[in-house]
Design a protein. Structure first.
Length: 652
């Protein structure tokens, strides 16, 4: 089993999410399958990745329990069985059946465990008695026998090969069986020494592509997306702030700079003594074990698999140390060079003159002031021109979350992969203070997506619902329409014209050559109905890099056609990234920060997009949805009157 993926699913969402009532002793044991697991039961099925800590909704106690299998987890095991069957030369039809079942489960709008409890598993397409029995075993025990048997036949390193872009079960199986390649390193070697090239249907060109993909895979391995590290880091810092004699505790490093992926966690504490701080750190629930300790610093391995470094400094050095450990390395080097030219010395302990006299270091402002600069926000500290900008008074006034007034990419339960009703979305968006919300469900090329007739009906339903409401947010009718392989849109233009807001996105044929991807985007922007390109780079952190395309050309057309580019705030996407945000801004192209929420709870992800925008030097004026609804209407390229749908007006 690919544990890291499984863990990814288990750790998403706030603590307690997915925790079922019946696992708590104080709640009625509704399901015999899980009733045996009590709030305090530390028992874990053997062979499991490790215990997962959750909070029980009923008794509020922290509890250990076997992980609940979500649809994505079940789907992943089924897909892995398909991979394993193909790797071991098993029955191809059987492999295909597992793969289809995995897709069905993955896209289910309801938890598969619910269907199982109701005895409805076999009513699903592609799921027969046999696979239903496997799913049942999986839900009961977290594993199933056939999967275990197959896993025993294949070295774990061979399964990992499949994570590299462009390596399917056939290639992996050939490399394993003919060249005895059992792990990534061996594959790199086989590619370099020419033995891969001699395999059937291989050739120099494919081997070169595999080598490139291998490099990218290894570069992103070992880093986790920001959201997976952030909550842990903040919760430890919060705990340390409560320790006596602690003046301040901050998360430093790349988390503070809001980089999209994180290598490890850096924590910094200002205190007069270290012992109590280290003890509190060791006892933090997130910490598994301390791997190194010194008088003022220590390193821990966390239960999430990440590493955390803690340093304790005296209060008078806190600012200098915070600056030093926030980085980036490039920024720090530039700043130290600048200090040196002024006859000063900068270190993690403070700012000193030639004679070694201390000039400051209690705050970060001290550090910047010493070299004659204003304080620079951490998101800008990448050695990308921020010192010059600070020097010349050109630092941007970075956008803040409170500047964003509406969300323009939100899925309702009309998308098969989304789960909240209009009511639930509005309630949460209202709570978050959003003034408007564009409901942008998937078009017909996505599984169960909307066709023209359904889209019209859906838009009317959104309108009717919106008209009944008096409080914010105002609802806009919209769509996330697929950009098809030939560059046309997945719904007729007249349907799209009738909507308040059109997001156009690429969801298929990512591997088309760069020129073709560029052409698809350009054609979509020239359709005259598109307001914004959704997740333009197409990357998914840890899974897929952004596709290669001609961004300059896209910017040129976006500007001419007055189409905006999205900063997608999904923590696994964060797309556009910082560099492309900055390029878009410099080219005069408008940006939109959207959550792409598939559940009401994801409307709060906006901050991740705002951070990416800040890393891209964006200011309030660069982002369209900092405008109020009326101002936004006025800025769009075709006339729009939010909230008065053409057909509805006719029918009223
Ligand atoms: Zn979706
Ligand atoms: Zn999308
Ligand atoms: Zn979407």
């Amino acid at each position: 089993m690919k544990m890291s993926d499984l863990e990814r699913h288990l750790h998403r969402g706030p603590p307690g999410e997915g925790f079922h009532r019946e696992t708590c002793k104080k709640a009625a044991p509704a399901s015999p399958a899980v009733a045996a697991v009590s709030c305090a039961d530390p028992a874990q099925p053997s062979g499991w990745a490790g215990p997962h800590r959750r909070w029980c909704r009923v008794c509020k106690a922290e509890s250990w329990r076997r992980p609940s299998m979500e649809n994505a987890d079940v789907a992943q095991v089924l897909a892995e069985v398909a991979d394993l069957l193909e790797l071991t030369g098993g029955n191809a039809f059987k492999a295909r059946a597992y793969r289809q079942a995995a897709q069905i489960v993955d896209l289910l709008p309801t938890p598969v465990s619910e269907l199982w409890r109701e005895g409805k598993l076999t009513e699903l397409p592609s799921i027969g008695e046999r696979i239903a029995a496997h799913i049942e075993e999986l839900l009961n025990t977290g594993r199933f026998r056939e999967h275990d048997q197959l896993l025993a036949k294949v070295p774990p390193g061979v399964l990992e090969l499949l994570k590299v872009e462009g390596i399917g079960p056939k290639t992996a199986s050939l490399a394993w069986k003919r060249l005895r390649v059992k792990e990534l390193a061996a594959l790199v070697k086989a590619c370099r020494d020419g033995s891969m090239e001699k395999l059937p249907r291989m050739g120099a060109k494919r081997v070169a592509a595999i080598l490139l993909a291998l490099e990218r895979y290894q570069a992103r391995k070992g880093r986790v997306p920001l959201h997976r590290a952030l909550a842990t880091a903040e919760s430890i810092a919060e705990r340390l702030r409560k320790v006596p004699h602690v003046r301040a505790a901050e998360v430093a490093g790349s988390i503070r700079r809001r980089r999209e992926t994180i290598g490890d966690i850096d924590l910094l504490v200002a205190a007069t003594g270290a012992d109590e701080v280290i003890r509190a750190f060791r006892e933090a629930p997130e910490v598994e074990t301390l791997t190194a300790t010194g008088p003022t610093k220590c390193t821990a391995r966390l239960k999430s698999g990440l590493q955390a470094d803690l340093r304790i400094v005296p209060p008078e050095s806190f600012g200098a140390a915070l600056h030093y450990f926030t980085g980036s390395k490039a920024h720090n080097i530039e700043l130290r060079t600048r200090a040196m030219r002024r006859g000063l010395k900068l270190s993690e302990y403070g700012v000193f003159d030639r004679q070694g006299k201390r000039l400051g270091g209690e705050t970060e402002q001290d550090v910047y002031r010493a070299v004659g600069l204003p304080w620079i926000p951490p998101e800008l500290r990448e050695g990308a021109g921020e010192l010059e900008a600070a020097e010349e008074g050109r630092l941007p006034r970075l956008i803040e979350e409170k500047d964003v007034r509406g969300d323009l990419h939100v899925h309702s339960e009309a998308s098969s992969d989304a789960h909240s009703s209009l009511e639930e979305l509005c309630k949460e968006a209202g709570r978050l203070g959003r003034e408007y919300l564009a409901i942008t469900d998937h078009s017909k090329s996505r599984p169960l997506g909307l066709d023209a007739v359904q889209m019209r009906a859906h838009a009317l339903a959104i309108q009717r619902f919106g008209l009944q409401r008096e409080e914010a947010p105002r609802l806009l009718t919209g769509v996330e329409v697929d950009i098809l392989q030939d560059g046309t849109l997945d719904l007729p233009l007249d349907v799209l014209q009738g909507l308040d807001w059109v997001v156009a996105s690429i969801h298929s044929h990512f591997t088309d050559p760069p020129g073709k991807i560029t052409q698809r985007m350009i054609a979509a922007m020239r359709s005259g109905v598109v307001d914004v390109l959704g997740h333009p780079g197409g990357r998914q952190l840890g899974l897929r890099d952004a596709y290669a395309f001609d961004f300059e050309k896209v910017l040129e057309v976006a500007r001419a056609e007055r189409v905006a580019l999205e900063v997608n705030a999904m923590p696994e996407r964060l797309d556009l990234d910082d560099k492309h945000c900055r390029l878009a801004k410099d080219a005069g192209v408008a940006l939109v920060i959207s959550t792409d929420a598939h559940h009401a709870s994801q409307l709060g992800n906006l901050r991740y997009g705002v951070w990416m925008a800040r890393r891209g030097w964006l200011e309030r004026g660069d982002v369209l949805n900092t405008l109020g609804p009326r101002q936004l209407e006025a800025r769009l390229h075709r006339p729009r009157h939010f909230g008065t749908h053409i057909e509805l007006r006719a029918s009223l």
